[in-house]
Design a protein around this ligand. Structure first.
Ligand code: FNR
Length: 183
């Protein structure tokens, strides 16, 4: 059975990040032929085009991990109605040098959780725009705009009963879609 490696990019560096918790919890809903690895983005330097010819080791690592993956999962916070700078920085790094983007053609899921009622909807739309330019096809439906509130997680850190069916439905669609689109 083919194994699918999913590179998970979490758009928050916060230790107690809700988005990281969602990324951990949703990965457990996947079938056994899918494995999810969160890539580290907090130790990347700020992107500087002058460094394209001699990227930092952390940048090489990020590009290696994205290149080795079959598909992507972005789980992002929303900062001021867009994606956090750390996420954009990581995306920019792995998109360069020009013509050597690691993202191209990797199918991606986009989800997120915020404390606001709009549940990262604006950040996700901005992210989809960036990914379209990078030739990353994104799963359109179902969309997941989660609000961080009581009951989102159960005591084990899994998705709580109220959201479980919906998120499992999303995962089932994501898995089928990755199998259709992954190289
Ligand atoms: C936020 N937050 C936020 N929430 C939201 O729904 N829409 C927004 O535009 C913003 N803007 C924003 C800017 C900045 C700089 C911060 C620090 C926070 C709140 C945000 O949803 C909350 O901090 C989440 O907990 C962030 O996700 P993580 O870190 O828990 O994954």
């Amino acid at each position: 059975m083919k194994q699918y490696q999913i590179a998970v990019v979490v758009g928050s560096l916060r230790k107690e990040s809700f988005n990281r918790k969602v990324a951990n919890a949703i990965a457990k809903m996947a079938p056994s032929d899918f494995s999810f690895q969160q890539v580290q983005i907090g130790d990347l330097p700020l992107y500087n085009q002058d460094d394209d010819g001699s990227p930092a080791d952390t940048v090489r690592r990020l590009k290696r991990e994205i290149t080795a993956s079959h598909a992507l999962l972005f789980v992002t916070a929303e900062y001021n109605r867009s994606i956090p700078g750390v996420l954009k920085n990581a995306i920019d790094h792995a998109s360069r040098p020009y013509g050597q983007s690691a993202w191209e053609g990797k199918p991606a899921g986009v989800i997120g959780v915020s404390v606001g009622a709009t549940g990262t909807s604006m950040a996700q739309q901005h992210l989809r725009n960036v990914l379209a330019y990078l030739d990353v096809p994104t799963l359109g439906q179902p969309e997941i705009f989660l609000q961080a509130k009581e009951g989102l997680f159960d005591e084990a850190g899994d998705i709580g009963p109220a959201g479980r069916k919906f998120l499992q439905g999303w995962m089932d669609r994501y898995v089928a879609w990755v199998k259709r689109h992954a190289a």
